[in-house]
Design a protein around this ligand. Structure first.
Ligand code: AR6
Length: 176
């Protein structure tokens, strides 16, 4: 079974085969973790995103696309688009879970053995952090038995609030 780890860090420093980006459907970059990944990874990542846009016109919410990782220590960046929180009645939960599932599926296709996730949608997109963490951990746990390459899954929390929430929920999950 793959190992799940929770850390507090900047995802651009993580040496996983794949790191996940909380992008937007334009794939042209933005603030938050997306801004950090493009800033540290360099222009190669944006160039590849532009090629994907030309081919398929961006990325839909809940879907994922992959590029190289430029100057980052990872091999790939998996760009997924989280839902914008609109109160909870617009399929936000389902779409957020899909982000984690599609990213894992893509990482498997790329033969990655490790993948690092940020707390998708919990910044600019205002998804409530506790709900988002429960959805993320549940979605990933449900996928574990489908994974053949991935051995390590890292949840990279940037802010302390998310880190404490994830630790709490993991403790609860391991008690079940
Ligand atoms: N490493 C890890 N996590 C980070 C980092 C980092 N360097 N920087 C921020 N976070 P956000 P969203 C955390 O806003 O809510 C962008 O403009 C942050 O604390 O990056 O999915 C995109 O282009 C938060 O918990 O993404 C989209 O337009 C989490 O990353 C939009 O924001 C997500 O916050 C996506 O919004």
């Amino acid at each position: 079974m793959p190992n799940i780890e929770i850390i507090q860090a900047d995802i651009t420093t993580i040496k996983a085969d794949a790191i996940v980006n909380a992008a937007n459907s334009s794939l042209l970059g933005g603030g938050g973790v997306d801004g950090a990944i493009h800033r540290v990874g360099g222009v190669e990542i944006l160039d590849e995103c532009k090629m994907i846009r030309e081919k398929q016109g961006g990325c839909r919410t809940g879907h994922a696309v992959a590029t190289g990782a430029g100057k980052l220590p990872a091999q790939y960046v998996i760009h997924t688009v989280g839902p914008i929180w609109q109160g909870g009645n617009n399929e936000e939960e389902k779409l957020l879970a899909e982000c984690y599932v599609s990213s894992l599926e893509l990482a498997e296709k790329l033969k990655c053995t490790s993948i690092a996730f940020p707390n998708i949608s919990t910044g600019v997109y205002h998804f409530p952090k506790k709900e988002a963490a429960k959805i993320a951990l549940t979605a990933v746990k449900k996928q574990l038995h489908h994974l053949t390459c991935i051995q390590q899954i890292i949840f990279v929390c940037y802010d302390q609030e998310n880190y404490l929430i994830y630790q709490d929920i993991m403790t609860y999950f391991s008690d079940l």
